[in-house]
Ligand binder design. Structure first.
Ligand code: NDP
Length: 284
């Protein structure tokens, strides 16, 4: 079905979103602060206007992908949003989402907050993940259009902050592993080995890492901290070894230092013979 859709923001991500919609023969209007970024889209069939009021009036569904929420408030300051379905795909915090949901509701719009968990080149695939939350009516109204952008839409319910919370939690999990990998790569380099081979190895064992996260999450959910197969103390000792290896090889060790600091707090709290999940009690 052809929909009228407006895309506000044609940065690296917004331009790809607009392009995918044009490709799927939607009636697309685009607006961007810097007009030049719309040139290719216009050649491909999008309508461009430099008037934000006209851009919003052109379509019932408005997709926003600008730098952040502050820019969103700035560009929509005096714009009539009555009856529009607004989908915010700029990245923010749960609080940003809640505040914007309240403002959009007061201005007569349906609001859906979204978080894209992919890079521009990964958009438009069946597996592309996007978290969404906000009024179900807004989700249903925009679902078909959003499916063009990302095949794996995950609607997390009507609490507007949920998508941003899921996004930040997923980013933390992902980049947390990356920092561990970076230190691993320094160990490999220090021994004259190949970092690419470490990448291959970690990729190969990724299902095991996934299982470890999943079972630890279950332990936390059930407050199940005792009877470990490998105790928190055993895990802490591997970081003692990393610190010693770093000194022996003269490499910097900010990541093991940080982790050992938390392990030492857990030890001091008496959690050494508990499961790794007991770290959660330190963080709480
Ligand atoms: P870019 O930096 O490429 O684009 C930023 C966009 O915001 C441009 O359209 C820019 O306009 C606009 N903008 C910035 N400041 C202002 C302002 N003061 N007034 C009006 N417009 C402004 O960023 P991306 O496209 O990469 O990211 C956009 C959003 O998407 C971000 O929130 C990002 O976190 C999110 N995102 C991006 C991903 C990625 O991999 N790129 C992945 C997941 C989410 P102009 O062209 O005029 O500068």
């Amino acid at each position: 079905m052809q929909e009228k859709v407006t895309v506000l923001g044609l940065g690296a991500m917004g331009a790809v979103l607009a392009h995918l919609l044009v490709q799927e023969k939607q009636e697309v209007t685009v607006w961007n602060r810097t007009a030049a970024k719309a040139e290719q889209l216009v050649k491909d069939g999008a309508n461009y206007t430099n008037d934000i009021h006209a851009a919003v009036q052109a379509s019932p569904i408005i997709i926003i992908c600008v730098l952040d929420y502050k820019v969103t408030y700035d560009i929509l300051r005096d714009v009539d949003l009555q009856g529009k379905t607004i989908v915010q795909l700029s990245t923010g915090t749960p609080q940003d989402a809640r505040e914007m949901a309240a403002v959009m509701q007061s201005r007569g719009a349906l609001y859906l907050d979204g978080a894209i968990l992919a890079t521009p080149s990964q958009m438009g695939q069946p597996s592309t993940p996007v978290f969404l939350s906000g009024t179900e009516k807004a989700f249903k109204r925009s679902e078909a259009v959003l499916k063009i952008l990302a095949g794996t839409l995950m609607y997390m319910g009507d609490a507007p902050g949920a998508a941003a919370a899921w996004d930040l939690a997923a980013l933390s999990s992902m980049f947390g592993m990356m920092f561990g990998f970076f230190h691993g790569a320094r160990i490999i380099e220090a021994e004259g080995l190949q970092v690419a081979a470490l990448g291959n190895m970690i990729s190969g064992i990724s299902p095991v890492l996934g299982e470890m996260v999943k079972s630890t999450a279950d332990d936390i959910q059930q407050e199940h901290f005792t009877s470990p197969q490998s105790s928190l103390e055993i895990c802490a000792l591997s970081f003692e070894l990393m610190m010693r290896q770093a000194a022996e090889s003269s490499i910097a060790a900010p990541f093991p230092e940080f982790a050992l600091g938390l392990f030492n707090k857990a030890r001091a709290a008496g959690y050494g013979d508990e499961r790794l999940a007991a770290m959660m009690k330190v963080l709480r």
